[in-house]
Design a protein around this ligand. Sequence first.
Ligand SMILES: [Cu+2]
Length: 151
Amino acid sequence: MMQRILILLACLAAAGFLIRLSGAPPHSTQSTRASGGCDLNHGPCTQPLAEGSAVLEITPRPIRAMVDLRFRLRLEGLKRAGAPYPDPPFIDLDMPDMFMGYNRVYLSAEDPGIFSGSGVIVRCPSGIPTWKAMVTVPGTGEVTFVFDVQY
Ligand SMILES: [Cu+2]
């Protein structure tokens, strides 16, 4: 509880800082940084990862805060695809412009090269909708997906 209050305070402080920087309310900040023009609110998105690619899907859509979300990651074209991953991939959820606290989604193997897990995105009092999902595949690399969240 205390941790959540601290996160909210940090978030508010960061939002105030952003307002002063931009001179505009943060509500006008609409994400134009959706990953490669792909919108996770419409379906799975693909990003290059090492010699292959990572496909991320978040459901249910549209993506909302304070709702149990399912994260599904498909790894394609990687040399080790199909081979067992000793350390499964994980996803860190955060906002690009402010630290929202530690929020890691641990994934487990569903099928070869396919991983899933569940997590929650907290509500940011600033109203800024833009979040990021940083996917880490241990031993292979990292890739970041940016998307908007409905509060
Ligand atoms: Cu925030």
